[in-house]
Design a protein around this ligand. Structure first.
Ligand code: ZN
Length: 277
């Protein structure tokens, strides 16, 4: 049975990339004025800015910083490139700490021409390498399984079950999972997997948007909730049955929606959040 409809915005978080045309200076007051309670900051939104001051700006507007997006991209064909990725992830952790973000979302990476098994091995090794740094900084790492259409070039982690296997191997309270309905809605084991993740204490984050048919762009044609086929409310119910009490994070990459009026889009997000999430 699907969960009851959401009736307020107390758990509503928006990713800055969702309103990409807005700078952080514009997005933060507008989210706050709209009653949004959480924000996940994409690193692009911090380029050229004082990160510590940006965190202060966000908190001064009463918003909770949910995550910094994103780290990861660990696999590479050569050892030098893998080491570079590890350095970059350490920088990302430092940035999260300066911002005051308690968590980083990991898009784990994949390399065309390298087996998924080897890429997963390198991802696990990469996370293990940065884990002491993350722990020292008090920043958690959330592995985000990506839809299998990205398996060859963006992430070799494509299911909850693969992400859970990594969490088991890494066995740290600082490593968990960001479950995104866009990537996982098709999986017939999703309910079981979310609940297992909840039991294991690794369900760190929950991302929502919708899947449009036809999808005209692999990356930038996500839908607003209600525009597609994902049973978002049902999946949210499973996450809540699994014990998840965190933010429902709106993460929409859409050339179509970015090209429109962002203030109107923000209002549409709020309506869709209550009606379809
Ligand atoms: Zn996501």
């Amino acid at each position: 049975m699907p969960a009851a409809a959401l009736t307020d915005f107390s758990r509503l978080c928006i990713h800055t990339i969702t309103t990409k045309p807005w700078s952080l200076d514009e997005a933060v007051p507008r989210y706050a004025a709209a009653g949004v309670k959480g924000i996940t900051v994409w690193r692009q939104a911090l380029e050229g800015r004082d990160v510590t001051a940006s965190g202060r700006l966000i908190r001064d507007h009463g918003l909770s910083i949910v995550s910094l997006c994103r780290g990861g991209f660990f696999p590479a064909l050569g050892a030098a490139d893998r080491a570079k990725a590890i350095d970059e992830n350490r920088r990302c952790i430092d940035e999260a700490a300066a911002l005051g973000a308690p968590m980083i979302v990991l898009v784990c990476g994949a390399v065309p021409g390298q087996s998924l098994v080897e890429s997963r091995r390198q991802i696990t090794a990469g996370i293990a390498a940065v884990l002491p740094h993350a722990q020292a900084a008090g920043v958690k790492l959330a592995i985000e399984p990506l839809h299998p259409m990205y398996a060859n070039d963006r992430s070799a982690v494509n299911t909850m079950s693969q992400a859970r296997a990594m969490c088991r191997e890494l066995a740290s309270p600082y490593v968990g999972i960001a479950a995104d309905v866009y990537h996982l809605w098709w999986d017939d084991t999703l309910e079981t997997e979310l609940k297992a993740s909840g039991r294991e204490g690794t369900l760190f984050a929950f991302h929502i948007c919708d899947w449009r048919t036809p999808t005209t762009d692999f990356l930038n044609d996500r839908g607003l909730m209600g525009e597609g086929c994902i049973p978002i409310r049902q999946i949210r119910g499973w996450a809540e049955e699994a014990g998840f009490r965190g933010f429902n994070e709106i993460e929409i990459f859409s050339n179509r929606l970015w090209s429109g009026d962002q203030a109107q889009f923000l209002e549409n997000i709020k309506a869709a959040y209550l009606n379809y999430s």
